[in-house]
Design a protein around this ligand. Sequence first.
Ligand SMILES: Cc1ncc(COP(=O)(O)O)c(C=O)c1O
Length: 391
Amino acid sequence: MKSLMEREKDTFFQVYKRLPIEVDRAEGCRVYAKDGSVYLDFLAGIAVNALGHSHPAIVDAVCEQAKKYMHISNYFYQEPQIKLAEKLKEMSGMDRVFFSNSGTEATEGAIKLARRYGSQCDKIDIIAFSGGFHGRTYGALSVMDKPQYKDKMGPYLSNTKVIEYNNVDELRATINDKTAAVILEFIQGEGGITTATQAFIDEMSKLREQFGFLIIADEIQAGSGRSGKFAAYQHFGVRPDVVTLAKGMGGGMPLGAILATEALAGIWDKGMHGTTYGGNAVACAAGFAVLNELENGVLANTNEVGQYLKSKLDETMARFPGKVAEVRGRGLMLGLLLTFDAAELVAEMLKHKVISNAASGKVLRIVPPLTITKADADEFISVLHKCLEVI
Ligand SMILES: Cc1ncc(COP(=O)(O)O)c(C=O)c1O
């Protein structure tokens, strides 16, 4: 009998760098492999499993909804959708909701929305920022500067431009009355847990007042509580015009969303945007369970354990000055800038049954479930130190 690894190799496009783990089950922040190994999971399905794996609140919500109905289409009024949308409005401070199935679909919708807005006021350009990641579909790739994801698959959307993140002068020089929107992550995930500076965001807000473009906050990774607030933009005192969400919001179910201000409520006519599965009742029930748990202790835990873990990472940097150059991030979206390729450290940590992740070359990305305890953080730090000693 061939192993899962062998069967995958014979069967799939080889686009994923998979970890050498054949999964049996997962619970909380632990992944149980078929060979009996147990891993501490500080990747959480790439910042998806906000409540950890198979949290009872999500499992119950999913099972209960699945018994009633799973999919019925957006021809119908559905309580799980409405409940989640109302909760999202409350937590985000935004006004209007559209549900998608994934992050990249939310990005596509946000770009369409920006272009539609621009068509009404003679604006067309969409500005994005270096290091940003917005998804793998054509619109998303058009607002990214990552050749490894784009090469020889063009052409991409016109009237898009990627400028340097956190460069106030370049922002000022680029924005003009043709700018329909800017799209940014307030804390970049794939970009190596890089946070926007307050000065950059303040300048962006000032320019928005002057030129009237939309600020699209990509909260797909940093949102849904990961940064210690519901959304990362809430740390900056700015209200975006459009917000995209996915990942953590569904707690493991495929779910994304576009949120927007009331000013954009009538931007799309009936049928102008839509999806068969978006707002799937089971996914929305899971999403509501996630947001409920965030409000009932998980956000507080994210801040408390996040601060604790960050202080331990600061100590790590002091202890390994030649190997750790910087501690980054907020809440439980943390990163360690290393002086060497982070993939090396990830591989070493895996030998000690700890799952972590490399982002942007030299950054160890730390995005565990938001439900981890200080003891889990200690376990991670202890293995991190062991591995830094031998590298
Ligand atoms: C900030 C950000 N935006 C968009 C996406 C794309 O989301 P999805 O993979 O669900 O399409 C990701 C995924 O990693 C992301 O981190």
